[in-house]
Structure formats: C-alpha cells, structure tokens
Design a protein around this ligand. Structure first.
Ligand code: 6CS
Length: 313
C-alpha cells in the first residue's frame, strides 16, 4: 500500500527532510508493506490546494502551515502571532509537542476532516527587504508578501505595512518585478528559493518561529488498522527531537551560504528594537480571538502561561 505525502516546499527543504525521514522509518517498521511517496511543492498546487486534496481524501498526508491553514482552521493562527512563543526553542519544543496543545487543536482539525499529527518548527522567521527594517515605522506602506491567512496579514497591518498575500510559488517573481518590497520566511527557505538574491537586507527580529503542521486526512486515518495508526504516532513522537536539531542545522548552513555569496547584509535587532515590535503586535491577539473563539482563547492562555512558567524555571 502507498501513502502519498505532499509538501509545501521543494526538494532539499526542511519539510522534505522530515518527509524523507518519516518515509524511511515507516518503510523500515512496516518491513516494506507500506511505501511512502513524497510529492515536493509544485506538482500538486499551492498550500491551500494541498489542504483541499487532503480534506477530499485525494492525499493521505501533507504539511499545512498555519500561515495558510488558518484561513480554514482559525485556531492555528496562534502560530502566526508575533512574540507569543519563547525566544528559547527548547521551551517551544515542550509546548508545541505537549498533549495539551494537540488536544485543544485536534477537534478543530477533525471538524475539517483532517487529523493533526505533529507541530513542526522550521526556524525563526526573517524579514528580507531592500531597506533596513528596525522600527515599526520602517514598515509604513511597505509591501510585505505574507502567507494567505487574514490573521497573519493583520500582524503586518499592525506595523503599518501593506501586506500582500501570495502563494509561495509567486514570491520570487513578485520580488523580481518589484510587486512587493519584501517577504518573510525562515533562512533555509530564503536561500533555497533565492529570495536573498533580490534583496539587500535580511533582518532577524526573532518575532515568530515558522511553524508547520503535519497532518493526515481524518477519514483515511480513522480507517487505518490500529497498528498502523500507532506506528504513525510512534514515528511522529520519535521525530520530535530529530527535526528540532535538523531544522537548526539547515538554517545555520544556509545562512552561511548567503553570507558567503555576499551582497546581503544581515541585521539582528536588539532587544530594545524588538520591544517596539512586541508592543505594536499586542492588539492582533484580539483579532485572533475574534476569529478563533473559545478554543483560541484556551490555546492562547495555555501557551502564554507555559512560556512564562518554563522561562522562570
Ligand atoms: O512562505 C510560504 O508560503 C511557505 N514558506 C515555507 C518556508 N514553507 C511553506 C510555506 O507555504
């Protein structure tokens, strides 16, 4: 039997690394009874189209990032809010892999005929631009390409930017044609998609971790024999530490490639500079709660309390 696994990213990406490792482990554990076929970004369509294919049962497994997915499941929009997670990824790992977060989100996935398998981090979001972005005022009318969920675009409106949602596949040409002034993605993606070639500055504000979610079609998952469901859950659990380390290496190595290529200045905001963005980002939480309702409130409360508690430990 074959499980089809679609990615929102091209070959050589963090999602590809995850999928290759998942494939290896499942094929080994099932002793060849299951084969996993990976579909990198492109062939099957945009992120939103992949999500629809999973919902319709045309695909078994896929990645769906909250930046797009929150249009369908507003609750996951929490991961596109700025300055909600910790600066410390060990803390984020504990929170994002916790049963509590999965238990709050799972019914929201089920309502959309999807089953949440894992919450996967892919590195800090980094702004790319042709001017330094050091204060919210620098975003005034800045045409920032964002992923497509309205909760995400609100985060940039809060800084005074002019968010321009587009699918991932359209970003490079939009930069080339000057249709957008900048975009935001983790370093590995900025390197792999050549975005840095069109931009003079990379700005590290550590405002948000890029999060994706690994999911299955709910009807399909429900219909699997129990031992296969357990195999997926076990592999998923075993891969939590693995992917945290892997994504960090990807981002470190790709940053070096960008630096070696020259022509792009890397700016790291000070804590003082970050504070201005932190303050400007707070009202977006209200907008998130209006969209994500009671479950959103529960999730935001849980995550913020956990960040506080684990930071003080
Ligand atoms: O910017 C985007 O749309 C995409 N960025 C990454 C790193 N992964 C998937 C997502 O669709």
């Amino acid at each position: 039997t074959t499980w089809r696994f679609a990615l929102e990213e091209v070959e050589g990406s963090v999602q590809d690394a995850y999928a290759q490792e998942f494939k290896k482990r499942i094929e080994e554990q099932s002793e060849g009874a299951i084969s996993v076929e990976i579909y990198p970004y492109g062939a099957l369509g945009t992120s939103s189209q992949l999500t629809e294919l999973v919902q319709n049962g045309a695909l078994e497994l896929a990645f769906a990032s909250p930046g797009h997915l929150a249009s369908v499941i507003p609750e996951v929009g929490i991961f596109t809010l700025h300055f909600v997670l910790s600066d410390d990824n060990d803390i984020n790992k504990k929170i994002l892999s916790s049963d509590q977060v999965h238990e709050i989100l799972q019914p929201a996935y089920h309502e959309q005929n999807m089953h949440l398998l894992s919450i996967v981090p892919e590195g800090w979001m980094v702004w790319s631009a042709n001017k330094p972005l050091r204060t919210p005022a620098d975003f005034d009318n800045f045409k920032m390409r964002t992923m497509t969920s309205p909760i995400l675009t609100a985060a940039y409106e809060a800084y005074g930017a002019n968010p321009t949602p587009k699918p991932y596949s359209e970003v490079y040409s939009a930069l080339q044609l000057g249709e957008i002034d900048g975009q935001v993605n983790p370093i590995f993606a900025i390197e792999e998609m050549s975005f840095y070639e069109e931009q003079d500055y990379l700005i590290q504000a550590k405002h948000e971790q890029f999060i994706s979610t690994f999911l299955a079609g709910q009807s399909w998952f429900q219909g699997l024999p129990q031992e296969q469901q357990e195999m997926i859950t076990q592999v998923r659990n075993e891969m939590v530490d693995w992917i945290y380390q892997e994504q960090a290496e990807y981002n470190d190595e790709r940053l070096q490639i960008i630096k070696d290529a020259g022509g792009t200045e890397v700016i790291t905001l000070t804590n003082e500079e970050r504070q201005a963005f932190r303050e400007a980002s707070q009202p977006v939480r209200e907008m998130y709660l209006e969209n994500a309702g009671e479950r959103g409130q529960k999730l935001l409360d849980y995550v913020t309390t956990q960040v506080e508690e684990l930071t003080n430990e």
